[in-house]
Unconditional design. Sequence first.
Lengths: 87, 403
Amino acid sequence: MSDSIQERVLKIIANTRRIPLESVRPNSTFEELGIDSLDRLNILFDLESEFDIEIDDEEAKKVQNIPEMIAGITHLVEAKAKASPES
Amino acid sequence: MPRVVITGIGVISAIGLTRDAFWRSLTAGICGIHTIHSEDFDQLRFKHAADVEGFVPEDHLPAKDLSLMDRFAQFAVVAAKEAMAQSGLELTPAMREDGAVVTGSCVGGRSAEEVGYRELYIHGRNRVHPLTIPLGMANAGASHISMQFGIQGPSYTISTACSSSAHSIGQAFQMVRSGAAPMAIAGGSEAPLYFGNLKAWEAMRVISKDTCRPFSADRSGLVLGEGAAMLVLEPLETALARGAKPIAEIVGFGMSADACHITQPSAEGPARAMRMALRDAGLAPEQVGYINAHGTATEVNDRTETAAIRLVFGPHADKLAVSSTKSMHAHTLGAAGAIEAAASALALANDVIPPTVNYTTQDPACDLDVVPNTARPQQVEACLSNSFAFGGLNAVLAFRKFA
């Protein structure tokens, strides 16, 4: 079984921010992890590559914490699956 | 030290191909931002920009010269010609020998490089155009201006992102004031609307979803534009001696570095640059009636700039008019400082303060008098023009009405 969306998001945050994976908890805040606006840009960029999705600027601005980020990515991944169902 | 005046201004922008057209648009509150229909923009998340429409370089320069210039260099030379024509300055051999040309540009002629990259990486050709380097170099504007007028003194280009041409004008001002240069052409030009650069800005996630609404609660970011402005600077005494009519006086220049973050601004850095410009000018804060704000319409700029203005001006901040003309000509990056310096000088000369257009609702964190939507007839004694760059490099120019 491949990693869940949550696990993949946490891994990307850890890799992008260059911090140990175990320090990134699903309920961590961006402040706790020292993630600033430029880190967020990098994370969004890597998330788009990882999940092959496009994240809208306005939607991205609304994301305040990791649970919201995971929920947003899950939503986009599901929308993508619905748009192009595997035959 | 001699006083330094602006005797000529040239502008090319989305809201006017000449100084007069630019000023008419500024006072009428005309916005040059519109939806761009092109193959490049079809592949972008944003659809708006403020491009310069109707610019015909052949109307201004011989075809053989034009082939040596990228669009940003063409803008630079054409704006310089307009500024020199207005100044009426006839360069003497001594002025030619020691005159200065200082330009600002952020991306220079990199669109020429992009053409080369397409050849290499997409079309599989193993060569690029032989003029790729001279077209692409950021100093091409300064070089072509120096050749155009035979000016042989200190000539160079400053690249400090969105502060580039404010730094250029400031340094040229210092050279004329110190006597190092008998005259200067200073300003900036930019033509950044090429695909690779647009994509890079898209990735920064700072581009507005609709238009540029500085200080407005519903703003969503900046809009990119292109254009140029050039100023002719001279010592007051020589300008008056030859019967020139000064447009405004440059009285101060302040520079600072935030030294804190590559994209996030601080309030203290810009505040120090404003204080330094006032001190250099010998102006009390209360003498300033207008600030042409950096005002990019990103949340972080507008709030930080408001805080910085309050730090410097205290209670007087509530008596200041503070507008962002980027709401009309958009963010022209390396040309922004010069276009806004031109707007500031023209505001002083014409006793009209240009507005912040596209403004709908106040952001409580941006609670200054932003001159919403309509120009205001008002005489002010002095004004500042703010430029704050990514990387925390700040440049503030101070101007005084010439009377």
